[in-house]
Write a protein that binds this ligand. Structure first.
Ligand code: C2O
Ligand code: CU
Length: 439
C-alpha cells in the first residue's frame, strides 16, 4: 500500500515536476470501458483513456519534452492529435498524413517538445466522429516556466453525449440528420464527465478557470452568473490585453482561460455556471464558496502574449487561398461537406512558406456552422463579412457562421503537412478537411 502510494507520488512528481530540464512521461491506454451518468441505473459503455472520462489531465512545463506512450486496446486503429500544440509535424497524430494508424494492440510514442504554456487538448484523429463521441479526449495543460500563484487552477472539459433511454450511446454516427445539420448534438451535457458538478472555492481566492470545448459539434457560451471574470487566454495563447468575459462562443476545439477573483464577502454563496449558446439554457456547473473567513487574494499580472502577432503585419499580405465551404452530393455518406467542392482525401494542398504572412479567406456558402481549425499554427481574425474584426487574441479555431466570410492572417512557423478542417466531426468525416504544406 505504502509502496503503491510512493509510486503514485513519484509519478505525480514526474508529471508536475518543476525542473525545466526534466521531461515528463505518461501512458495513455485507449480501451473500452464504462462511465456512470446520472438518470440511468446502469453503467454506460464508453471508450476511454486509462479507464477515465475524460482522459487524464496531463500537466507539464513549457520548455520540457513530454513523452506519451499510447497502447491501443481498442478493437480498431486510432491515433492522438495534440490540438493547438505547435510541435514536430511527425508527432501531430494524423494517420495517413503524419503517421500510420496505431493498430489494435500496438504502441506508439509521442515526443512533444512543449514550447508555449497554455491550455491544449488531445483526441484521436481517425474515425474521429465516433472515437471522440464515445469518450476519447483529455486536456493537456502546459504550465508557465515560472509558476504564478493562482489559488486554484481549474480545468473544465465541456462535452455533450447523445444517450438513449437505456443509457447507451446512440450508436449511429454521421447520420443523414447530423450531416444535414450542425453535426451531432447530444442530450446530456457534462463538465469533466459529470452533470452539473459543484466546485468549491474559498472567499478571496483568485482562480484560473480553463474551459475546453471537446464536444463533437455543440457550441457553448458559458456564463458565470454573478461573478465577473476576465479572459486572459484564448485557444491556449495569452490575449494581448485582458478583457471582461461576455458571451464569447466556444466552438468545438476552442479554449478560454478566465481569471476570477471570488469576492472576500462571498462566504456561503453559490454561483451558477450556465450555457447560453442556445435558447434553452443548460446548467454546466456550480461554484460554491465555502462558509469560511476570506483568504488573502494573490496579486500578480496574468501571463502576457509574448511576441503577439500584430494585425498590421498582414496589411500587405496577399489572400493566398479562398476556401468555399458548402455541401455537395457524393462521398461516403451521400452528402459531403466540402472545401472548394473537394472532399477529403481528394483535396489539393495549400503550399505556404515559413515566415511569410498570408491571408486565408473562409466563405461559408451554407446556412450551417463551420468551426474551422488549422493544425500547427495560430492565426488572427482580420475581417468578418468585409468589416474589420480584429480580436485582441489569436486562435487556432474560428467559427464561420451561416453565409459568413472570415479572413484570417497567419504566419507559418513550423514545416510539415498540417490539417485544416471543420471541427464539427460529422462535417470533417464527410470531407470538410484539407492540408497546408509548409516549407
Ligand atoms: Cu482538434 Cu484536427 O483537430
Ligand atoms: Cu462544418
Amino acid at each position: 500500500m505504502i509502496a503503491r502510494r510512493l509510486f503514485t507520488a513519484c509519478l505525480l512528481l514526474l508529471l508536475f515536476s518543476g525542473c525545466a530540464a526534466s521531461s515528463g512521461s505518461t501512458l495513455l491506454v485507449p480501451a473500452p470501458g464504462t462511465h456512470r451518468f446520472p438518470y440511468f441505473d446502469t453503467e454506460t459503455p464508453v471508450w476511454s483513456y486509462n479507464g477515465r472520462i475524460p482522459g487524464p489531465l496531463i500537466r507539464a512545463k513549457a520548455g520540457t519534452t513530454l513523452t506519451v506512450e499510447v497502447h491501443n486496446q481498442l478493437a480498431e486503429p486510432t491515433s492522438i492529435h495534440w490540438h493547438g500544440l505547435r510541435i514536430d509535424n511527425a508527432m501531430d497524430g494524423v494517420p495517413g498524413v503524419t503517421q500510420d494508424p496505431i493498430q489494435p494492440g500496438d504502441r506508439f510514442t509521442y515526443r512533444l517538445r512543449l514550447e508555449e504554456a497554455g491550455t491544449y487538448w488531445y483526441h484521436p484523429h481517425l474515425n474521429t466522429g465516433e472515437q471522440l463521441e464515445r469518450g476519447l479526449k483529455g486536456v493537456l495543460v502546459v504550465e508557465e516556466r515560472r509558476p504564478l500563484p493562482w489559488s486554484q487552477d481549474l480545468v473544465w472539459l465541456l462535452d455533450d453525449w447523445r444517450l438513449q433511454r437505456d443509457g447507451t450511446i446512440f450508436p449511429h454516427f454521421n447520420t443523414h440528420h447530423d450531416l444535414m445539420h450542425d453535426g451531432r448534438w447530444g442530450n446530456v451535457v457534462t463538465v469533466n464527465g459529470q452533470v452539473a458538478p459543484e466546485v468549491v472555492v474559498a472567499p478571496g481566492e483568485r482562480v484560473r478557470l480553463r474551459m475546453v470545448n471537446g464536444a463533437n459539434a455543440r457550441i457553448f457560451a458559458p456564463q458565470i452568473e454573478g461573478l465577473s471574470a476576465t479572459v486572459i487566454a484564448v485557444d491556449g495563447r495569452p490575449v494581448s490585453r485582458p478583457f471582461p468575459h461576455g458571451r464569447l462562443p466556444l466552438s468545438p476545439g476552442n479554449r478560454i482561460d478566465l481569471d476570477i477573483t471570488i469576492p472576500a464577502d462571498a462566504a456561503g454563496s453559490t454561483y451558477r455556471v450556465i450555457d447560453r449558446a442556445t435558447r434553452r439554457t443548460t446548467a454546466l456547473a456550480e461554484i460554491r464558496v465555502r462558509a469560511a473567513p476570506p483568504v488573502a487574494t494573490p496579486v500578480f499580472d496574468p501571463p502576457l502574449a509574448a511576441g503577439f502577432l500584430p494585425a498590421a503585419r498582414f496589411a500587405d499580405a496577399p489572400v493566398v487561398k479562398t476556401w468555399d465551404l458548402d455541401a455537395i452530393r457524393g462521398g461516403a455518406f451521400g452528402i459531403g461537406w466540402s472545401m472548394n467542392r473537394q472532399l477529403w482525401p481528394d483535396a489539393d494542398t495549400l503550399a505556404l512558406e515559413i515566415g511569410k504572412p498570408v491571408k486565408i479567406q473562409f466563405v461559408n456558402r451554407s446556412t450551417r456552422l463551420h468551426p474551422m481549425h488549422i493544425h500547427g499554427a495560430f492565426f488572427r481574425v482580420l475581417t468578418v463579412n468585409g468589416e474589420s474584426a480584429v480580436e485582441p487574441f489569436t486562435r487556432d479555431t474560428v467559427l464561420v457562421g451561416p453565409r459568413e466570410t472570415i479572413v484570417v492572417g497567419l504566419v507559418p512557423e513550423h514545416g510539415g503537412i498540417w490539417m485544416a478542417h471543420c471541427h464539427i466531426q460529422a462535417h470533417a468525416d464527410s470531407g470538410m478537411m484539407t492540408t497546408i504544406t509548409v516549407e
